[in-house]
Design a binder for this molecule. Structure first.
Ligand code: BGC
Length: 718
């Protein structure tokens, strides 16, 4: 008999249910406190898994109780969210998505896995694969942005990064694809609210990221808190059992979200905890995180004949197998055995700085007095650094600090002072991030006199995005708009430029700022090295290359706004009243998906597509020439979209199918080559089955999803 069979034969029901239970320990490095339990439960074998434990010391201490003192010695599985870095915080996932570089996505996950594993963890609840088209939803910050194809790329890279090539390695963690599925389109952008979307949208937009994660071998998966078209995901038999386990053959561990099994009662689909446990088990949920529904409910359900021991055993086997794959039986102390060397940590900070500067999106950069406003002139004598986010180290960390809570982060002010030691850097916050007090505005305005430029550091508090952080009006909070107006008026009266740096976990609705600031940067939340990264870009030490992975709305009423919208029978036409438009705002976004300027000026020319007629087995070869007509080096991101001209089902106006990057010195030209297997032009036909349909298709290449900037070539499928 193998190890798992031997254990299964010896386990009591209580021990089996212990393996299906995950309990939060105190989020502490000083000594673990187990929520609703005591460490005695670990010794008794009635808790088999923990979350929210930080530090190899406490992790090993708990592991010793399980391995050395419990009857069967089964090691614990210990997991924690690693959303954008563990101790060394990287940019939030939304910001990282805009780097469009799989190597970067994989590397940050790998480094975070190393740090997490060094802290004794074996599992992380990441990556988050919720495509979001609604900036009201705070968890937009944790995800890939609006595009499903991009999400698939990120999913693959993240799973590879967290899990490495060998799950049993002391540096690997089991990843968890979450939140399955379609959590983001909550009603009116309100966290945890009901979700009602079509089968087509589910399959085209929300499932592909999970398909990619499963194909990459993701070890675990977490159902969303929400319901989908009336069925809570934690009890969703058609999607969890039939699609995921059945169609996709996913045999990894399904772990519920925090207390989600018990919440089936509030959803109104379960009468009590026993009922809830039955529903979740029948759907295929293996581990009950924090609801204690399995331990309390399943013995009763078993006695009543509502579940079978075989159903329970199947879950236990999956959990034990995961522990085996992670090498926990062979050496439960492998992770966290040796502290990481100081050089590894230092290198990680260098990586965090590099990734942070690449995530910054230059949304606007006007010319003033015959020069681009950014980068700042080398000789700037004085800079007025204004706004509540200039001196805000903690906010730079972003919404999920994880174990980086006590680690330092660099503010904008810190970064600028190091980068420009000769410059007089003056600072006034002006106003708080939120709140109604604007008595500090005057002092902020006064700083403009004698400055070479004003840097306005505005935006959200980190906790205004992330879980439970929906905002009905995702604009500048508090009195920041008043500050921006007063400072801009003064600066412009003095003839000095205003550079606005925006911090947020989502696109913000900032049409006024986009019009009046001379330069505008989306700095999202960039993590530990934020201030240095921003200073690198402001001073021109680094050339910005980030792109926005979500469309920025002009008005909240445009939400959801995304480039992959379907056509209408009455496309917008200003000359025709009865067309699809608003009376009070343009249809277009303030900034399109993919938008992001460089310090160069890139011209797109000569799009070539071969062959002109393709069958399903062929591969399209696409090339485009780029020329940098600007005065500075630039790294350009080139996007490949397609648009079917006629098909049996209406298709998005643009579908992302690829991207590439090219670095060009001033005056330099080069060509970018992209390949597109024609099989990727299949779409879901009228019956929702993949279809390769003959007909014309447009190949569109350009710097963003903004239609005017695309070069197009029509080819024939057949
Ligand atoms: C979140 C999950 C997270 C879990 C454990 C929940 O509130 O929805 O994303 O993994 O907590 O921390």
């Amino acid at each position: 008999m193998n190890r798992i069979d031997t254990l299964m034969a010896r386990m009591t029901l209580a021990e089996k249910l212990g393996q299906l239970t995950m309990t939060a320990s105190g989020y502490t490095v000083t000594g673990p406190v187990i929520a609703g339990d005591s460490t005695q439960s670990i010794i008794d074998g009635t808790i088999g898994n923990l979350l929210n434990m930080v530090g190899a010391g406490p992790a090993h201490e708990m592991q010793r109780l399980a391995v050395e003192q419990s009857r069967l010695g089964i090691p614990l599985l210990i997991g924690l969210d690693i959303v954008h870095g563990h101790r060394t915080l990287f940019p939030i996932p939304l910001a990282e998505a805009g780097i469009f570089d799989e190597a970067v996505w994989e590397r940050t996950a790998r480094e975070a896995a190393r740090e997490g594993a060094a802290d004794g963890l074996a599992m992380t609840f990441a990556p988050m694969l919720d495509v979001s088209r609604d900036p009201r939803w705070g968890r937009t910050a944790e995800g890939p942005g609006e595009d499903p194809w991009l999400n698939g790329r990120i999913a693959r890279a993240k799973v590879r990064g967290f899990q490495g090539t060998d799950l049993s390695s002391a540096e690997s963690l089991a990843a968890c694809a979450k939140h399955f599925v379609a959590y983001s389109p909550v009603t009116a952008g309100r966290e945890y609210a009901a979700v009602d979307i079509s089968e087509r949208t589910l399959r085209e937009v929300h499932l592909p990221g999970f398909v990619a994660a499963i194909e990459a071998g993701v070890a675990t998966l977490m159902p969303a808190f929400t319901d989908l078209n009336g069925v809570p995901m934690t009890a969703h038999v058609p999607l969890l059992r039939d699609w995921l386990r059945g169609e996709m053959g996913f045999d990894g561990v399904i772990v519920s979200d925090y207390n989600a099994i018990a919440e089936l009662i509030k959803h109104g689909v379960a009468a009590d905890l026993v009922d809830a446990a039955v529903l979740a088990l029948k759907a295929g949920v293996d581990i009950d995180m924090m609801a204690d529904a399995y331990r309390k409910g399943l013995p009763v359900a078993l006695e009543q004949g509502r579940v079978t021991i075989d159903e329970i055993d199947a879950c236990v086997r999956r959990v034990l197998r995961l522990k085996e794959q992670l090498g926990l039986f062979d050496d439960p102390y492998r992770r966290g055995a040796t502290p990481e060397p100081a050089e590894a940590v230092a290198e990680r900070h260098a990586l965090a700085r590099d990734v942070a500067r690449r995530a910054i999106v230059l949304l606007k950069n006007e010319r003033r007095n015959d020069r681009d406003v950014l980068p700042l002139p080398a000789a700037a004598k004085a800079l007025a650094v204004v706004g509540p986010l200039a001196d805000a180290r903690t906010e730079m960390k972003g919404p999920w600090w994880g174990a980086g809570e006590h680690e330092p982060a660099v503010s904008v002010l810190d970064g600028l002072r190091v980068a420009l030691p000769q410059t007089d850097i003056r600072h006034a916050p002006g106003v708080a991030i939120d709140g109604g007090d604007d008595s500090g505005i005057e002092a902020a305005v006064a700083l403009c006199d004698g400055a070479s430029a004003v840097l306005l550091c505005l935006g959200e508090r980190a906790t205004m995005s992330g879980e439970a952080a929906s905002r009905a009006t995702p604009a500048l909070p508090g009195r920041q708009q008043a500050l921006a107006e007063a400072v801009t008026a003064r600066a412009h009266a003095l003839g000095i430029p205003v550079v606005a740096i925006l911090f947020s976990g989502r696109p913000l609705v900032v049409p006024w700022l986009a019009e009046h600031a001379d330069a505008l940067l989306a700095a999202w939340f960039l993590g530990a090295e934020a201030g240095h990264a921003i200073a690198d870009v402001l001073t021109g030490r680094a050339s910005p290359s980030g792109r926005t992975p979500m469309s920025w709305p002009r008005a909240v009423g445009q939400v959801p706004i995304f480039f992959g919208q379907r056509p209408t029978g009455r496309p917008m036409n200003p000359a025709d009243y009865y067309t699809s438009k608003y009376q009070d705002v343009d249809n277009t976004p303030l900034f399109a998906f993919g938008h992001g300027l460089t310090y160069g000026r890139i011209r797109y020319e000569e799009l070539q597509v071969e062959p002109r007629r393709v069958c399903e087995q062929d591969t399209l070869k696409i090339s485009v020439t780029l020329r940098n007509e600007g005065a500075r080096e630039a790294e350009e991101t080139v996007f490949l979209f397609v648009r079917a001209k006629v098909s049996r089902v209406t298709r998005p106006l643009l579908e992302l199918k690829g991207y590439a990057k090219l670095r060009l010195r001033p005056g330099e030209a080069g060509s970018v080559k992209l390949e597109l297997p024609a099989s990727e032009l299949r779409y879901l036909g009228p019956d929702l089955q993949p279809l390769f349909e003959a007909g014309e298709i447009e190949i569109c290449v350009g710097p963003s999803a903004e239609p005017a900037g695309l070069l197009r070539e029509t080819i024939e499928l057949g």
